[in-house]
Design a protein around this ligand. Sequence first.
Ligand SMILES: NC(=O)c1ccc[n+]([C@@H]2O[C@H](COP(=O)([O-])OP(=O)(O)OC[C@H]3O[C@@H](n4cnc5c(N)ncnc54)[C@H](OP(=O)(O)O)[C@@H]3O)[C@@H](O)[C@H]2O)c1
Length: 259
Amino acid sequence: MPILDQFKLTGRRALITGGSRGLGLEMARALGEAGAEVVIAGSDPAHLAAAVTELRAGGVQVESVQADLGMPEAAEEFCRRVLAAYPAIDILINNVGGRRINIPTEELALADWQRIVDLNLTQAFVCTKMIGGAMLPRRWGRVINIASINAFWPGKTMRGRSYETAKAALVMFTKAVAADWAAQGVTVNGIAPGPFLTDANRRWIRERPEFEGEVRAAIPMGRWGEPREIGALALYLASEASSFMTGSVVVLDGGKTLW
Ligand SMILES: NC(=O)c1ccc[n+]([C@@H]2O[C@H](COP(=O)([O-])OP(=O)(O)OC[C@H]3O[C@@H](n4cnc5c(N)ncnc54)[C@H](OP(=O)(O)O)[C@@H]3O)[C@@H](O)[C@H]2O)c1
């Protein structure tokens, strides 16, 4: 197959959790522009509606499913709904995650720890099990887990450590399931982004404006990542082009982790 044809996703269906904003929206756009039918999930109906309008205006075939994936039981119910509506999903991007608190470990409540672990890890297990598991009988599939460079390096200004711990576990989950499913045509890979300018980081910058310059100074390329810069890597991992890659977690960080 000619090299550029290996990146075409015509006839494939992709589910992107957290596809209504930030990195998820840009990965949805990339896969949709490559020809996939895209299903995006998010918790806020207004964000979903705006993303659908924007993607359709760009010629992307897209549907949306509203769900709060922060609770494992709700994630299971979400997967049942998705599988009923779209029985054949070929590509799953487990992108939902993040953290909205910054509390030191010695003060972090058990419930807050659990909430962050569920949002960054447990829902990815649930979606991989149910949506990824349904790919196995068809003997072709792609699961892409969005981890973080903080799976490998603690964040200097982060507190609580539940985020890094959950992302590190997501990396090992990626590798272990990749080994289990390698002979069955379903690859499982990950992306470990460094700092990207998304709403999540804009919020931290609003709360502490120096954060923007501190991060920029710590990146050899001297700038934050633009969300659209994750699209090509997601497309590679989602397509035939990455046919011999499984269990890899690719760092995408402008060189942040070199220093
Ligand atoms: N941005 C970075 O610099 C960076 C760096 C490393 C790793 N990451 C990882 O990359 C992923 C995306 O980050 P981002 O910065 O793009 O985040 P973002 O801008 O905050 O977008 C998050 C997306 O996830 C959805 N979402 C959040 N909580 C949800 C929930 N409980 N249920 C369903 N959907 C939910 C949001 O939908 P709503 O609008 O409905 O809330 C939105 O579509 C995360 O896993 C994050 O940890 C990001």
